[in-house]
Design a protein around this ligand. Structure first.
Ligand SMILES: [Zn+2]
Ligand SMILES: [Zn+2]
Length: 135
């Protein structure tokens, strides 16, 4: 069990699942959405995410037709994304989790779009396009 919150603390979340993977996405949409070089996400089942406070603060944005990005409408923290064709699995933004995770990065995706000023310094697998299909 983990907890998570947005920057203003208006949205409080509980995660009823083990978190064992961190995927880094370097695509240009994620760069724009986070305002930095990449996003760090962990896939979890929607049923394992409990919004304990701030449901009214949730905003949604569709940069592409089949994927919504959910954020806090007050402080703009990115919270998770979800694909319309895979509604049961969400991609939680790892940076909003409150606890220490003690796990390593699983892999890097979309390195073909990586910010030129950012250098990948770890040895974890890199994919030029999508994250590995098993996700
Ligand atoms: Zn907030
Ligand atoms: Zn991305």
């Amino acid at each position: 069990m983990y907890t998570a919150s947005c920057l203003c603390n208006g949205i409080q979340l509980k995660i009823n699942a083990e978190i064992s993977q961190i995927f880094i996405c370097h695509c240009q949409q994620c760069q724009k959405a986070q305002g930095t070089a990449f996003v760090a996400i962990t896939p979890i089942q929607m049923k394992d995410l409990i919004i304990t406070q701030g449901q009214n603060l949730l905003g949604e944005y569709y940069a592409t037709e089949n994927k919504k990005r959910v954020f806090c409408r007050r402080c703009a923290s990115p919270l998770y994304s979800a694909r319309s064709d895979l509604p049961d699995v969400i991609r939680l933004r790892v940076g909003i989790i409150n606890e220490v995770l003690n796990i390593e990065i699983t892999s890097h995706a979309f390195t073909s779009e990586k910010a030129d000023w950012f250098e990948i310094l770890d040895d974890h697998p890199q994919f030029t396009q999508h994250v590995q299909p098993s996700q």
